[in-house]
Ligand binder design. Structure first.
Ligand SMILES: Cc1cc2nc3c(=O)[nH]c(=O)nc-3n(C[C@H](O)[C@H](O)[C@H](O)COP(=O)(O)OP(=O)(O)OC[C@H]3O[C@@H](n4cnc5c(N)ncnc54)[C@H](O)[C@@H]3O)c2cc1C
Length: 395
């Protein structure tokens, strides 16, 4: 299958402007807050997003009617990688998880009224959101069919009961998209529905902030309780019992946008390592003239080039309207591992400096590690990739 990996001129131009904006405006904020966005508070988010609007790089993924530039997935690949050069870049452009994935889902599935109420302010950066699917064991995780949060019909709406955890951005979100079981039993493949739950609903409560390896995402990762959480019929997103299909609408592209953003951090880590390898002298030569260091540099170049190509291939399939389940799994599994390797090698090349807070490498390492777990752990994708491959062999 022939795949055209080049970008159209307006995407190239937007990617260049994004790169300049991130280096000039965003990186200084990131360095001031040691790469932890929450330390900048809501004021920093508002300030960075206002600057991104001014620079014409804000929310490039959403439709023009919601203030965006309607980039397709290939266009996002070029621009989001540049945004991802800084841990704060995606936040500044309003393309950070989970809001970016939620905008994508709402554009595809929400009714006109739901779009006005939730998508428009989200796309403008006036509010934040979260996506509540994962549950503590034995509930939904790698196996979404284990979903145990229930929604039952009550007069005029639904009552949701269940416990979610690792809900990124829940603290401070204006609403949650909550997956709940509306038919069947945990273990069944279908029977899930998505609900739009306003944060001021008395039945939805943040129980605690989880203490996690990563810290850069706004609103942290929270445990959230749905206890007698009553929502009206209009809170159903799309059709009842179609939640797993809609999850695919969100998860395939969201996996790819994570790959794009983390590829930006991998490139930044490699650049830090290249500068160090060019300047540091030991054993009578430059660090970068030593063969084993060259090996690490080369392996990281290969990892990044391969991750970018696989991501673009999957994006190309998504843009063509294909399900792209195999190619998004391959790209996600490879990129999550590759990005981790690249950042780890960069830290190794920098020695003790890499471990210190004088460069942001140890922060990057902490931030990229969970990507091997969320959006499907590497093992889940490898399992799914092998099963699909075996199916083609037995056709
Ligand atoms: C930082 C972070 C942010 C997150 N944000 C959100 C969010 O906003 N909303 C949300 O709903 N969820 C979120 N999650 C949850 C995430 O989606 C889950 O962690 C993920 O789906 C894995 O589920 P689990 O943690 O329950 O692991 P489990 O399902 O318990 O899996 C544990 C391990 O089993 C192994 N495994 C899995 N499948 C297979 C297989 N087929 N074969 C062999 N081994 C396998 C893997 O090594 C896996 O890591 C987040 C997680 C993290 C770490």
């Amino acid at each position: 299958m022939a795949v055209d990996l080049s970008h159209v001129p307006h995407v190239v131009e937007l990617a260049e402007r994004t790169a300049a904006f991130v280096r000039e405006v965003v990186v200084p904020e990131e360095e001031r807050h040691d790469g932890v966005a929450a330390r900048g508070g809501e004021a920093m988010r508002v300030r960075l997003q206002a600057a991104a609007k001014q620079a014409g790089v804000f929310a490039p993924h959403v439709a023009a009617e919601y203030g965006g530039q309607a980039l397709d997935m290939r266009g996002r690949a070029a621009v989001f990688e540049e945004a991802g050069w800084s841990l704060f870049g995606p936040l500044a452009l309003n393309v950070a998880a989970p809001d970016e994935g939620n905008m994508h889902l709402l554009e595809f599935v929400a009714s006109r009224a739901q779009k006005e109420r939730y998508l428009r302010p989200l796309a403008l950066g006036e509010i934040r959101s979260c996506f509540a699917m994962t549950e503590p064991a034995p509930g939904a995780g790698s196996d979404p069919a284990a979903l145990s949060t229930r929604a039952v019909r009550v007069p005029g709406g639904w009552r949701i009961d269940g416990r979610k955890w690792f809900i990124t951005g829940a603290d401070g979100a204006a609403f949650a998209i909550c997956m709940a079981r509306t038919s069947g039993e945990p273990g069944d493949r279908g029977g899930a529905t998505m609900f739009l739950v306003d944060a001021d609903n008395p039945g939805m409560k943040i129980v605690r902030h989880l203490d996690t390896l990563d810290e850069s995402l706004y609103g942290g990762h929270c445990e959230v309780d749905f206890d007698g959480c009553v929502v009206p019929d209009e809170a159903v997103l799309g059709e009842v019992d179609q939640g797993y299909d809609y999850a695919q609408v969100r998860l395939g592209p969201a996996r790819m946008t994570h790959c794009m953003r983390w590829l930006g951090i991998a490139r930044r880590a490699q650049e830090i390592a290249l500068v160090r390898a060019s300047e540091r002298r030991l054993f009578g030569s430059r660090l970068g003239d030593l063969g084993m260091v060259q090996g690490m540099i080369a392996d990281s170049e290969i990892d990044m080039a391969a991750a970018r190509a696989l991501t673009l291939q999957a994006c190309w399939e998504l843009d063509k309207g294909h399900s792209a389940s195999q190619s998004t799994s391959i790209a996600k599994a490879f990129t999550a591992e590759a990005v981790w390797r690249v950042v780890d090698r960069a830290l190794q090349i920098c020695g003790a400096l890499g471990v210190s807070g004088d460069v942001l490498l140890s922060r990057f390492l902490r931030e990229v590690r969970p990507f091997r777990v969320y959006d499907g752990p590497t093992e889940t994708h490898r399992w799914a990739i092998a099963r699909r491959a075996l199916r083609t062999a037995t056709r």
